[in-house]
Design a protein around this ligand. Structure first.
Ligand SMILES: NC(=O)c1ccc[n+]([C@@H]2O[C@H](COP(=O)([O-])OP(=O)(O)OC[C@H]3O[C@@H](n4cnc5c(N)ncnc54)[C@H](OP(=O)(O)O)[C@@H]3O)[C@@H](O)[C@H]2O)c1
Length: 326
């Protein structure tokens, strides 16, 4: 089968198309014919592995000290068709059309992938395309879990920082679905798209710092983590919640202190997609409540170009890898 092999840590060119052996499912695994996968910011960060020393060392222990020999194929989310199921698999059978989070097992950048049934895997509604379904697991579950933990209520106000990305586009739409008033912050080029998916108010971060405004918010969702932590906390109402999806050691420490000493809460989560959440999100896409914003599609052999495009920062919503089978 064709697969994109992760040959080294570094720039997008380390992702190379190769012919490799098709995998065989273990007793607890599904063999999936992949129709679509995605390239998102987290994939690029992992590919480069130019993260803080606290993350780099454990991740190199996980994926390979000098080269990523333990994870030959990247790609964390996918949609496709089950072609075979191991003898202990109970929920799925050959022919099922599914979408899934491969998570830290990776492997989605290939014509076929094996996943344990215990991964977050759900049936794809007929009206949701493979490409849309593939883009749901990471950003959708991240957005849903943070908003639930933040106990978002009808009539509350939320500011979404980094609203135009993979997580942000889901946060904006889910927050509207839950009845909140949404202010979306991102680059000026993305503001029309953000209005089109329901943002009530938009701010171009290159022109204005949202924390300079007099408004205070019930919630701030932040997928960027580049703004001053104390100014973000100051932009909350007295019982506001700061949902921080890109924390660092300093903001983790300061967040704990704010939550202990004030009525404000700083919420930092390690989100694991679940089958239940995938099914819920796909149903919202199927009934038109949620739109999966797909900016560009690349064929499997151009996965390196997809990663390079994600790194330009111009991406609106999601970038999808399409894997047609002839
Ligand atoms: N994707 C996931 O589900 C997931 C899960 C866990 C953690 N994370 C982490 O969360 C972060 C965001 O993920 P993502 O996939 O949503 O990224 P993304 O798709 O790249 O979205 C980030 C958005 O933030 C915008 N942005 C950059 N600087 C900004 C600033 N100073 N103020 C406001 N907006 C700004 C970017 O636009 P411009 O670049 O055009 O400025 C982009 O639209 C990543 O670090 C990722 O590792 C992601």
């Amino acid at each position: 089968m064709k697969a994109i092999i992760w040959t080294n840590y570094g720039p997008p060119g380390v992702l190379q198309l190769q012919e490799v052996e098709k995998p065989t499912p273990k007793d607890n695994e599904l063999l999936i014919k992949t129709h679509a996968a995605t390239a998102f910011a987290g994939d690029c960060e992992f590919r480069r592995l130019d993260l803080s020393i606290f993350l780099r060392i454990p991740l190199r222990l996980y994926s390979g000290i000098f080269k990523p020999t333990r994870i030959p194929i990247l790609g964390q989310e996918l949609a496709g068709e089950v072609v075979a199921a191991g003898k202990n698999v109970t929920q799925f059978k050959a022919g099922d059309q599914i979408f899934a989070s491969a998570g830290f097992s990776f492997g989605a950048y290939a014509e076929f992938v094996c996943l344990p049934e215990s991964n977050a895997i759900a049936l794809r509604p007929e009206s949701v395309s493979y490409e849309e379904a593939a883009a749901i697991p990471t950003g959708g579950c991240e957005a849903l879990t943070y908003l639930r933990q933040g106990k978002i209520q009808k009539g509350e106000t939320i500011l979404v920082n980094g609203a135009g990305g993979s997580i942000g586009t889901f946060v904006v739409q889910l927050a509207k679905h839950f009845g909140a008033h949404v202010t979306a912050v991102d680059h000026g080029d993305k503001l029309d798209m953000l209005r089109s998916i329901g943002a009530d108010d938009v701010i171009d971060y290159t022109q204005e710092d949202f924390a300079d405004r007099a408004e205070k918010y019930d919630l701030i969702f932040d997928s960027v983590g580049k703004n001053s932590f104390s100014r973000c906390v100051s932009a909350l109402k007295p019982t506001g919640r700061y949902l921080l999806a890109s924390p660092n050691p300093t903001t983790r420490f300061l967040g704990g202190r704010v939550s202990r000493r004030t009525d404000k809460k700083v919420i930092i989560l390690a989100v694991e997609p679940t089958q239940q959440d995938l099914t819920y999100l796909a149903q919202l896409v199927a009934d038109g409540t949620l739109k999966v914003v797909i900016d560009k599609r690349y064929p499997l052999e151009k996965t390196a170009d997809a990663h390079a495009y994600v790194e330009t920062g111009q991406k609106k919503g999601h970038v999808v890898i399409s894997i047609p089978h002839v």
